[in-house]
Design a protein around this ligand. Structure first.
Ligand SMILES: [Zn+2]
Length: 472
């Protein structure tokens, strides 16, 4: 059935204007005033913003880590994402040394297929580089629609790849038109610092931060940027947490290197002192890279404002405080890394960014949706409100005041790191390809209706529906 979203204010990465949106067959078929309402369901959006659905380029759902598995899977995770105004996620498909990429990919499809309530894509981890991997990569890009590769420079003896692997991945990505992503921290140095701390009896959560100082992130970011320039390839640095790394990215960009950076809400709002909370509560705030000294927040906001960092990922990676985080009760290095953020990513950015006057409305849409769509081959199918685009739409009430809490969040995890944070603005209704997933704050979606999206190659755009058929 045709839908018309009426009387709202449309906001894209470039424009803010009053118009109605007509939706047919899952796509936006018209934008304008006085659209025909014959046979249409009219959705009133008076006083609301109409945003393109959020795109979260960084999630870990149903992911094994350190002997346990994240609490949120593709059902609870995508449902929480939808409540928060996100309509597409790109999750990380992990791979194993010696195993084929296609078998890892099949596993990630198994985890997600029957469960996702919104659309999703995958990035592919590269843990080793050899002829077998090189032979498989073209098929991943061309046939499977996986056009971004992730390399970890940290997590020694687990996920970490060496510089040769990173460099060969950059070279291959240039050839295949894929985007390389890095977790930029120097894993070798961290490994030394962690062992030294444990030997000295320093086992509390705060030592997680103290053994991964900003220098190891800055160094790895600079190294990855230099290698990208040498390979004349393209790089996306995930979860930039500090001034050292943001400056390396800005410097490389000024030198003409193709590099982009993402930060996450926790680095903009929380700081290192949270790791010092008593009774092991600091474990709730263990991310890698770690939370930093508070002054870094101004540097990150400024980098967002000036376009030196382009996107916001949630780095959703949720573990219960009781039964999972406490694996590291006597040894901070055994605390599973990560936190639940998939639901509040958009709200926090709106509230802390737009409502507090740090960024404009259009910048907010760009960094929570459009920029990621463009970088990861989803645009213009996703990431904007335009005729022919998927009708992934958020109807957002900027006046609602809400307190973030484990008591009312929809993630499966037993705490919220932003407990008590007051936010302004909340999605009222969320549509995925023209169907309501959230309607007046109620979940009305269905597991399994989310589709896997094959993404365009880096720097290319594809439109996979001929919209002329739906235009009037
Ligand atoms: Zn991550």
């Amino acid at each position: 059935m045709k839908k018309i979203i009426k009387n709202g204010t449309i906001v894209t990465a470039t424009d803010t204007y009053r118009a109605d949106v007509c939706i047919e067959n899952g796509v936006i078929s018209g934008i304008g005033m006085n659209l025909s309402e014959v046979d249409a369901e009219v959705v009133d959006a008076t006083g609301k913003y109409v945003f393109p659905g959020g795109i979260d380029p960084h999630t870990h759902l149903d992911m094994p880590f350190g002997g346990t598995v994240t609490r949120d899977d593709f059902e609870t995770g995508t449902k929480a994402a939808a409540f928060g105004g996100t309509t597409t996620i790109i999750d990380f498909c992990l791979t194993k040394k010696g195993e084929s990429l296609s078998s890892s990919l099949a596993e990630w499809h198994r985890k997600s297929k029957e469960k996702a309530v919104i659309d999703y894509g995958f990035h592919l981890q590269i843990v080793e580089m050899n002829d077998k991997v090189l032979n498989e990569l073209p098929e991943m890009v061309e046939k499977e629609g996986i056009t971004s590769f992730k390399v970890f420079m940290a997590y020694k003896n687990q996920f970490q790849a060496d510089d040769e692997t990173l460099f060969r991945t950059l070279v291959a990505a240039k050839e295949l038109k894929a985007l390389v992503m890095v977790h930029a921290e120097n894993g070798d140095v961290i490994d030394y610092l962690v062992k030294k701390a444990i030997n000295e009896g320093k086992t509390e959560p705060i030592y997680h931060a103290l053994t991964r100082p900003p220098e190891v992130e800055g160094e790895a970011t600079g190294r990855a940027a230099t290698l990208t320039g040498l390979a004349d390839s393209q790089l996306y640095v995930v979860h930039v947490s500090c001034a050292e790394a943001a400056r390396k990215i800005a410097e490389a960009r000024n030198n003409g290197i193709n590099i982009w950076g993402e930060t996450c809400p926790q680095y903009l709002v929380l700081d290192q002192t949270y790791l010092e909370k008593p009774n092991f509560e600091g474990a709730k705030y263990v991310w890698s890279p770690p939370l930093r000294e508070k002054w870094n927040q101004d540097i990150l906001w400024n980098a967002i404002k000036t376009g030196q960092l382009q996107t916001i990922g949630s780095d959703q990676c949720s573990f219960d405080f009781v039964g999972q985080k406490d694996l590291g009760k006597d040894d901070f290095s055994k605390i599973p890394n990560g936190g639940p953020l998939i639901e509040d990513r958009v709200s926090i950015l709106y509230s802390e960014g737009v409502a507090k006057g740090r960024i404009s409305l259009n910048q907010f849409v760009d960094i929570t949706s459009t920029a990621a769509a463009k970088l990861f081959g989803l645009y213009p199918k996703k990431g904007t409100i335009a005729v022919g685009a998927d009708a992934d739409i958020v109807i957002f009430d900027p006046t609602i005041e809400r307190t973030i809490s484990v008591k009312n969040h929809h993630m499966a995890v037993d705490y919220n790191p932003f407990e008590g944070l007051q936010v302004t603005g909340e999605p009222v209704s969320v549509l995925s390809r023209g169907e309501f997933v959230i309607r007046n704050h109620q979940f009305v979606g269905k597991p399994g209706v989310g589709e896997f999206v094959k993404r365009a190659k880096f720097g290319e755009r594809k439109v996979d529906k001929d919209v002329s058929a739906t235009l009037h």
